[in-house]
Design a protein around this ligand. Structure first.
Ligand code: ATP
Length: 577
């Protein structure tokens, strides 16, 4: 499953809203472009007058004045053009910053299940490659296109006003321009889109290979990964080639359509001059106008092409915001209570393959419940649903009377924290790694949390203490230590319910046992759902739920379950051997 693309209507709506939000800045920028181009149009007129004056044998002073005026026009035009470009670039930067913030905000609000199903590569390429493409379009294409459109409109108007008959020479370009462009664009758009998708596949594949490098090396999958890479790269190159071959037809047609009007105007002008219908100066001015049109036309068509690429990138970026957010946004909402009540909970990752078949469970606030069971029984899935990562197909998970799925993300994270085996260490200081929440946390509190998870000596040994940079480019943090840091984060987050899924699995037996003992004290008073892979974790819990094939088959404390002689007793006996 891929993340969606925004459709044309959504894109138009988004663009309209953007223009409306920055109406004033758009107007000022356009006005500056119009002014710069209008001043520039005086140049050919002055040259025309100059030619006529020379022909009529005017005084040198008048010629000097005309030349001076021409120079002044060039200077004023350059200054206005600079101001217009500067405004356009600042506006572009603003739009780009908004697009970047938008994609990050929506990416963070995406339901985790959707990100997992789509693969992180797709999201990553939208947030990086596509934003970069949009960046290029906004910085370059938009100002160039606006400037080109204004220049074409005003230059054409000046030609028609100066000499309507000569201006008719421009018409010879129209059929070639229209036909070749109408042939090219419908063909190029799907090819450009295809190329972008293929490049996204290349990036996703590379990302996967780098992330799973150890697994690939261990299972000797290098050859297969390389072959996959070559296949997707080949598809991307093929799409690029198709695009280039379309360009080889379109570009010569464009070139020809710039030259033809100049020839036509000279022909008409020659005849008109011979019959006395046009002054030489007027002909010069119109030819100069016609020639000066080729630059903005070229810009326009080239950048329209780029605009297509930017449009496709924007479709992919805006697509992220079209994934329905699965929880409300009001951060003030809280749950009504802390007793965890799970009712007839059903869940499947894929249709027709239910993983949890109607779980009923009540965990009073402050109780420590261990979930045990064979691999694949659905323990992690149940833990994720309790922590609000994913939505049940039916049934409910609620704290007091409030459904977990009805809690906004911020409230949910303050109330329930899921801690899994894999913990990320961010590339920033130890302090920032711990204080990820938005509340102010003093150093003493941070150091207490570190001490509580057995890292007192470790942090004392660090030269820069809490300011030590961790992660990429800083101090490498082994996975087991990352688990300890994650536990310290939980203590600081202070939620009422903690779901531990193999949260200490990477620590050696003694450290894990010590840490769990310490945690039992630290987490006292909180509800703890511990998915237990080591039975000593289960033994210390107040209640144990045994999950088998998506159903709770036993529920009770250690002694009760041993006495019952069911599957827990069997697992326990097996673990003792
Ligand atoms: N992302 C996923 N997509 C599809 N199926 C999944 C996914 N995650 C888990 N499953 C399947 O759901 C079932 C329950 O998995 P789950 O990880 O919840 O079991 P578990 O009891 O935690 O197992 P383990 O002890 O091995 O972690 C398994 O059959 C597993 O293959």
């Amino acid at each position: 499953m891929k993340l969606p693309l925004a459709d044309a209507a959504a894109l138009r709506r988004h663009l309209r809203e953007t223009v409306r939000a920055h109406r004033g800045r758009f107007l000022i920028t356009t006005a500056l472009y119009v002014l710069a181009t209008s001043v520039g149009l005086l140049g050919p007129q002055l040259l025309g007058v100059l030619v006529d004056s020379v022909q009529a044998g005017t005084a040198v002073l008048r010629i000097d004045l005309l030349a001076g005026a021409f120079l002044l026009v060039l200077i004023v035009q350059a200054l206005l053009a600079r101001a217009a470009r500067l405004r356009a670039m600042l506006l572009g930067e603003q739009l780009l910053a908004e697009a970047r913030e938008d994609v990050v905000e929506h990416a963070l609000a995406l339901p985790l299940g959707t990100v997992e199903a789509a693969g992180t590569g797709d999201l990553l390429s939208r947030a990086t490659t596509d934003v970069d493409r949009l960046d290029f379009t906004i910085r370059n294409a938009l100002p160039q296109i606006s400037a080109a459109l204004i220049a074409i409109a005003l230059t054409t108007a000046a030609m028609v006003l100066s000499a309507p008959l000569l201006a008719c020479g421009m018409l010879v370009a129209v059929p070639l321009l229209v036909l070749s462009t109408r042939w090219y664009y419908p063909r190029s758009l799907p090819v450009v889109q295809e190329a972008m998708e293929r490049w996204s596949d290349v990036q996703a594949g590379t990302h996967e290979s780098v992330e799973g490098a150890r697994t690939i090396a261990a299972l000797r999958l290098g050859g297969r990964r390389t072959a996959r890479n070559e296949r997707v790269l080949g598809a991307a190159v093929a799409a690029e080639k198709r695009h280039r071959s379309l360009l080889t037809v379109w570009l010569p047609c464009l070139e020809l359509s710039y030259v033809l009007p100049v020839a036509a105007i000279l022909l008409i002008g020659g005849w008109a001059h011979a019959t006395g219908a046009a002054e030489l100066g007027t002909i010069v001015a119109v030819v100069l106008y016609a020639q000066s049109l080729s630059a903005p036309l070229d810009e326009l068509f080239m950048w329209l092409e780029e605009l297509q690429v930017g449009g496709t990138a924007l479709q992919r970026i805006r697509g992220v915001s079209q994934v329905p957010v699965d929880r409300p946004r009001d951060p003030a909402t809280r749950s009504d209570g802390r007793d965890l009540v799970v009712r007839d909970l059903r869940f499947s990752y894929r249709p027709e393959r239910e993983v949890l078949h109607g779980i009923d469970l009540v965990v009073p606030a402050g109780q420590r419940l261990a979930i045990v069971g064979p691999s694949g029984a659905g323990k992690s899935t149940l833990g994720r649903l309790i922590a609000g990562t994913g939505r049940p197909d039916s049934g409910s998970v609620a704290f007091g009377g409030t459904e977990v799925s009805a809690l906004p993300t911020e409230a949910l994270r303050r109330e329930v924290v899921l801690l899994t085996q894999e913990q990320h260490v961010f590339a920033c200081s130890l302090r920032d790694n711990l204080a990820l929440l938005d509340r102010d946390t003093g150093d003493a509190e941070l150091l207490d949390a570190l001490a509580a998870v057995g890292l007192r000596d470790w942090v004392r040994g660090l030269d820069d203490g809490l300011d030590t940079r961790l992660g990429a480019g800083g101090l490498a943090v082994p996975a087991a230590r990352a688990q300890q840091l994650a536990l310290a984060r939980v203590l600081l987050a202070d939620p009422h319910t903690v779901v531990l899924d193999e949260a200490t699995s990477l620590l050696d037996n003694t450290t894990s046992r010590d840490l769990e003992r310490a945690l039992a004290g630290l987490l006292a008073g909180r509800t703890v759902i511990a998915i237990a892979h080591r039975l000593h974790t289960a033994r210390s819990a107040e209640r144990i739920a045994v999950l088998d094939e998506g159903r709770i088959v036993e529920l009770g404390d250690h002694d009760e379950l041993i006495a019952a002689g069911g599957s827990y007793a069997e697992l326990y006996r097996a673990a003792q051997i």
